[in-house]
Design a protein around this ligand. Structure first.
Ligand code: GDP
Length: 424
């Protein structure tokens, strides 16, 4: 059985916690897209961790964690994350890396930074992890596949060919230091030695595991609104964030994905530039940011303050629809306990007309939020374990959101810890 955990919003919905929780019941956990650009925050018995590249299942000794072919594989980062968790007392995880995954090269990180610098005020707000240059090269067919590390002739020829192209850009467009092909080849030899113990035909591995009745968890990064096709293009990420892509990025048939748990945040937050209709500012935003998440809403990778907003039913309904959500996990509800009233964005006004359907970016730029205000519950809800025990106004808020989404909310998260979850 394959189950996916994905985000409906801009990311940071709390997928890490839900994955960590459900990882306990899984045999295999797979990252299928993205790279080390976003992060999950996980709090468990070993401590508090910010994972960027490793799947959340690394804390269990019964799980196999897979970096799928769809991922941007930053090899030194992989090593660093493994060393980091092991140094904090976590048993060495069982990790497999797809032989078809492509390698995030040192120059991808440089090009990411150089391009943001060149764009100046028009920059994308990239995390400068090299993700956009990586996926550009993958589709331009000048990327390096893990398997190629083990074929010296192929590797040498490709390093020479790709370096030539990159150096033209470095010299004439960015006026930056050039790449030395010999040095790059040596770096790739180091990468090969690091990654060798983990390399595997992971698609075949998962296929065999499914035949044996094993449980597989696909772990998404970011959310629907950052998808290159269905998100707020061009302020999106460079690989698909949708559950559907899980089939490709993990190398499994699409019909194997039976359950799509879509994580929805009880309010909105976003990192980086881009359309965000229900965004709030000033003191109102500062207070929500301060109280949000676990110790404030700041990026897990960059530490940047997140942009804040009220729950957006238009974006979230679209978010769960594009994911194909079979169930919803509503997170960080506890954070809203301080508010007398809670505004919820239920429509967008565009050129004088109100719509409930999430539009393309050009129209989104003109959208103004239409709010409905719900009464707050003014109570601490952490520690509550039964749905019936939640304050009435809190249940009303959940049920309002559920109606707007049109998908059952099966889990309500009322705290950052692994067991702080209410099943409905
Ligand atoms: P992800 O990328 O979707 O995994 O999201 P992040 O982990 O970056 O952001 C979620 C943040 O909220 C983390 O700091 C979590 O520890 C925290 N968090 C998750 N669920 C809850 C919750 O129900 N309540 C509170 N207060 N914090 C939560």
């Amino acid at each position: 059985m394959v189950r996916a955990i994905v985000g409906a919003n801009w990311g940071d919905e709390g997928k890490g916690k839900i994955t960590d929780m459900l990882g306990e019941q899984s045999d295999i956990i797979v990252r299928f897209q993205g790279g080390s650009n976003a992060g999950h925050t996980i709090i468990n018995d070993y401590g508090k961790f910010a994972l960027h590249l490793l799947p959340s299942g690394v804390f269990y000794d019964h799980t196999t964690c897979i970096i799928g072919n769809g991922v941007a594989l930053n090899i030194p980062y992989l090593q660093k994350e493994i060393d980091d968790i092991v140094s904090k007392g976590v048993p060495k995880p069982h990790i497999l890396v797809s032989d078809r995954a492509q390698i995030l090269m040192p120059y991808h990180i440089d090009f990411d930074a150089y391009e943001e610098e060149r764009l100046g005020g028009k920059a994308f707000g990239s995390t400068k992890s090299g993700i956009a240059p990586f996926y550009s090269d993958k589709y331009a067919k000048i990327g390096f596949q893990v398997s190629e590390l083990f074929d010296e002739d192929v590797l040498k020829e490709k390093v020479a060919r790709v370096t030539q192209q990159k150096n033209i850009m470095l010299e004439h467009m960015y006026h930056k230091p050039l790449i030395d092909p010999q040095e790059l080849l040596e770096t790739l030899h180091e990468y090969r030695d690091i990654v060798e113990p983990y390399v595997c035909d992971t698609s075949l591995y998962i296929s065999n595991a499914l035949k044996e009745g094993k449980t597989v968890l696909l772990e998404g990064q970011l959310g629907t609104l950052k998808d290159p096709d269905f998100g707020i293009y061009p302020m999106v990420t460079s690989s698909s964030t949708l559950a559907a892509y899980g089939a490709i990025g993990a190398g499994i048939p699409p019909y194997e994905i039976k359950d799509i748990i879509t994580v929805v945040k009880a309010y909105s937050s976003a990192v980086g530039a881009g359309e965000f209709v229900s965004e709030i500012f000033g003191e109102e935003a500062d207070e929500l940011r301060r109280r949000g998440g676990d110790g404030g809403e700041f990026g897990a990778t960059t530490g940047r303050p997140r942009r804040m907003g009220w729950f957006d039913a238009v974006a979230s309904r679209y978010g769960v629809r594009m994911q194909g959500a079979t169930e919803v996990a509503l997170t960080v509800l506890d954070v809203l306990g301080y508010l007398d009233e809670i505004p919820v964005c239920v429509g967008y006004e565009i050129d004088g007309e109100v719509t409930k359907d999430f539009p393309v970016t050009a129209k989104l730029k003109k959208a103004k939020p239409v709010y409905e205000t719900l009464p707050g519950w003014k109570e601490e809800i952490r520690g509550i374990t039964k749905y019936e025990d939640l304050p009435e106004n809190c249940r009303k808020y959940i049920e309002f959101i559920e109606k707007e989404l049109g998908v059952p909310i099966t889990m309500v998260s009322n705290g950052p810890g692994r067991h702080e979850i209410i099943h409905r």
